[in-house]
Design a binder for this molecule. Structure first.
Ligand code: ADP
Ligand code: ZN
Length: 714
């Protein structure tokens, strides 16, 4: 029997489990019920897919979204795992076909919609089969508290009634304590093993920028990341359309997506993005659910979201493959006001609650300490140190005595009778000659122009800090007028000292220095060089031929690993993270060719064969090939390995097709090859089917010889 690690390498190509994965796998294999909380991109699928391969029988996976099921099944098939799905997108015949496959033991994993899962006929059908486990994906859909509520999920308790001894494993990326309890109770899990993985996503950089000149900032940002997939979240439908148009005019491959679009157009747009045909998508928050695309390299928030849950979920769509990804949030006071108005106008029952959440969002955007710590503490997690991958960490704030600034601001606000909003206050402080100021006589008050030494943006930044400290206060109910806060009197009359932090744009120089330093450190984990680009283009063309999304062929992380290790033999290729046995066989040749061409062209050294030798035990083809290279004949190999000679030759043909150096001509005479080749060229090989050729040659040649010639022709 194979170990979980062997399965992980053989089928998924990974060398190591991520945190908790192995423990979860072991719990399921030992027959326990499991509840797992893991962030998006944490690697939930492997946790039930490996047990499905280790155990006898069929694993049934409940998944709420048709698009996701299709994606996962395609990913499994590409890895050489027999899988299928059943849902309402199929007609009766198609469903029966799949049920037959399940009945005949031809499937290891079967994905089903919750509706299907709880239907009486399907449950009865499953009872006839050997079931290895039930996996419930997106288990939070069970809770009527959440926004993804699916009523059928609440009936999934029947699984434990029908199959009391089969482990049920529930997975979710979002579950507070209430939802967690809901999942356990409703699924009737008995003494479940609970796994809570850190919600930290260290590969995501966090950056907040002032919401001025957003378009220019976005254009600059996108130019620095050519040929990458990115999402720009906007707060309105109109915004998505106009931004997409501006990006397109600037020469970017951009589109838009929102819930107001025709559903066919919407799914076409989503598909184009998933397939890398559309690089940048400007979208409302309607976009993202049901997308597993692992190579989203950046997420930008054009406007501030209304709470941290939404924000974290949206940035979480970047960098699922674990490779570095960037996130940028544009923040402006106007966004806060808009949300506040919008939430208040709707006057929901939990108004206070929603406003408090908005406050937390704003505090995050305003923060002068490590953003990741703030974010994770919101989700009740403490990482114990600053992250080093947010804008505050890489650009520590410098504080200074801002008492005079605070006094000027307060004094102006008071003289304006605590009736004006922030922009007017700044105009007065800076001595602006704008019409309203003059018309209202604000240019006559004593503090007019007292803050002319500071830029508008600087004032806005400082005023926000003062608001957050309680020196000033926003009177939301009075058109956002600024008035005295709790600390105001202390500052004005009791000499209270106020420390302010310099706004980001005032210390640009530092930022540059720190970022170069960080780049140096992270160089090993992100390589996007010339070779990466060549591999990326190849990945796209291979994916298009197979009609699947490119990231299912290899993830960006794998391409990056390929570009660094530059393997030139199949053994070395297997040593790359994300290359399993099946992918080696299917895609090895073209990828190796590009790498060795590149290596030769550039005169680069090639790695030794050392990397892959540890994986040899997991690949039967490689074992045969290794023996062959050591000079053993096919007969000797077959003997030592207790295999037939045909099987051994089959291994060598597979290795040859993966790019290995095997002299296949030695296994048949030149005349034999000529005759077989003529027939193949005449009638062709469809779907790898050898039988028609075999028949056309009147069964005079063994299958393996035809396979050899076919491989040689290819
Ligand atoms: P989730 O469902 O938790 O969002 P996925 O199961 O889609 O996450 O996994 C996210 C990505 O991480 C996928 O590309 C997956 O292949 C990859 N992955 C999973 N486990 C590992 C591992 N042990 N090593 C490297 N990559 C992994
Ligand atoms: Zn940080």
């Amino acid at each position: 029997m194979q170990t979980p690690s062997q399965i992980l390498k053989k089928y998924f190509g990974y060398d190591q489990f991520r945190p908790n994965q192995l423990a979860i796998i072991n719990a399921i294999v030992s027959g326990r019920d499991v509840l797992t909380l893991m962030p998006t991109g944490g690697g939930k699928s492997v946790c039930f897919q490996v047990p499905a391969l280790l155990k006898n029988g069929l694993a049934v996976v409940v998944s709420p979204l048709i698009a996701l099921m299709k994606d996962q099944v395609e990913a499994l098939k590409i890895n050489g795992i027999e899988a299928a799905y059943l849902n309402s997108s199929q007609d009766g015949n198609q469903q029966r076909l799949i049920e037959n496959q399940a009945r005949n033991g031809q499937l290891k994993l079967l994905y089903v919609s919750p509706e299907k899962m709880v239907s009486q006929t399907f449950l009865t059908f499953l009872r006839e089969l050997e079931i290895s486990l039930f996996a419930i994906d997106e288990a939070h859909c069970i809770s009527s508290w959440g926004h993804d509520f699916r009523p059928e999920y609440q009936q999934l308790g029947v699984l434990k009634q029908y199959f009391p001894s089969i482990p049920v494993a529930a997975f979710t990326a979002t579950a507070d304590r209430l939802t967690r309890q809901d999942i356990i109770t409703q699924l009737k899990l008995s003494d479940p093993a609970l796994f809570i993985t850190s919600f930290d996503r260290p590969n995501l950089s966090l950056r907040v920028l002032p919401g001025t000149k957003r378009l220019q900032q976005i254009l600059k940002f996108a130019r620095e990341k050519p040929n990458t997939s990115g999402i720009i979240y906007c707060n309105s439908r109109k915004q998505t359309e106009s931004l997409s148009q501006k990006l397109t005019e600037a020469g970017f491959n951009a589109g838009f997506y929102h819930a107001g679009m025709d559903s066919a157009v919407r799914s076409r747009t989503q598909e184009a993005f998933v397939r890398d045909d559309l690089k940048i998508i400007c979208a409302t928050v309607a976009f993202g659910m049901g997308i597993d695309k692992s190579n989203v390299r950046w997420v930008v928030h054009y406007g501030m979201p209304k709470n941290l849950e939404g924000y974290y979920q949206e940035i979480g769509r970047a960098g699922r493959d674990g490779a570095p990804a960037d996130t940028v949030l544009f923040y402006s006071f106007a966004d806060v006001m808009n949300w506040r108005d919008m939430i208040s106008e709707n006057a929901p029952a939990n108004l206070e609650f929603q406003l408090a959440k908005l406050d937390r969002m704003q505090q995050y955007a305003d923060a002068n300490s490590c953003r990741r710590r703030i974010l994770l503490s919101y989700f009740s997690e403490e990482i114990g140190q600053n992250c080093g991958n947010c804008d505050v960490c890489s650009n520590p704030r410098q504080s200074f005595d801002g008492t005079v600034i605070a006094q000027k601001a307060l004094s102006a606000a008071i003289r304006l009778r605590e009736e004006v909003p922030m922009n007017t206050l700044i105009d007065v402080l800076r001595g602006s000659r704008n019409q309203t100021i003059v018309a209202r006589g604000y240019d006559q008050i004593k503090t007019y122009g007292a803050g002319a030494d500071l830029k508008y943006e600087e004032w806005r930044d400082y005023l926000w800090q003062l608001i957050n400290m309680g020196v000033l206060e926003v009177a939301y109910e009075q058109r956002h007028a600024l008035r005295r806060g709790a600390l105001a009197d202390a500052v004005l009359t009791r000499g209270q000292n106020i420390q302010l932090v310099r706004p980001e744009h005032a210390i640009k120089m530092n930022e540059v220095a720190v970022q170069t330093d960080r780049k140096e450190k992270s160089r090993t984990d992100v390589v996007r060089d010339e070779l990466f680009e060549e591999l990326r283009v190849l990945r796209k063309s291979v994916a298009d031929k197979l009609n699947v999304p490119p990231y299912l062929i290899f993830s960006d992380a794998t391409l990056s690993d390929l570009a660094q290790k530059r393997p030139t033999t199949p053994e070395q290729l297997l040593g790359v993270s994300g290359v399993g046995q099946r992918k080696l066989e299917q895609f090895g040749v073209p990828f190796l060719k590009i790498i060795s061409d590149y290596t030769k062209k550039k005169g680069l050294p090639t790695p030794t064969n050392k990397i892959a030798s540890r994986n040899l035990g997991e690949s039967t083809q490689l074992v045969s090939f290794e023996m062959y290279k050591n000079g053993l004949s096919v007969g000797q190999i077959a003997n030592q390995r207790s295999l037939t000679e045909y099987t051994v030759i089959g291994h060598l043909v597979a290795m040859f097709e993966a790019g290995a150096d095997v002299n296949l001509n030695q296994f048949l005479a030149p005349s034999e090859r000529a005759e077989i080749e003529a027939v193949i060229r005449e009638i062709g090989i469809i779907d790898n089917r050898i039988k028609p050729i075999f028949d056309a040659l009147d069964a005079r040649y063994e299958y393996y010889k035809i396979k050899i010639v076919a491989a040689l022709i290819r």
